[in-house]
Design a protein around this ligand. Structure first.
Ligand SMILES: [Zn+2]
Length: 72
């Protein structure tokens, strides 16, 4: 099993490792495109933000109903 120095930080990694153990730079020299990660993050934000807002709105509505006295 050969050791391959990281092109970014010089750490010796296994030639079977895809990324540097130290800095996670691709050892094989072929930088993975980050668009997959960016797209996943974007999708997560698109789904998570409305869900979070909805959850917060629901919770605050419930707490309002619970905390506000039914005085008329
Ligand atoms: Zn490295």
């Amino acid at each position: 099993m050969a050791l391959v120095p990281c092109k970014e930080c010089g750490t010796l990694n296994s030639s079977q490792a895809e990324i540097c153990l130290s800095c996670e730079y691709p050892v094989l020299g072929r930088p993975k495109t980050n668009w997959v990660k960016s797209l996943a993050l974007l999708l997560a934000l698109i789904f998570v933000i409305p869900l979070a807002l909805y959850t917060i709105g629901t919770v605050s509505n419930q707490t309002n109903k619970l905390s506000s006295p039914s005085a008329k």
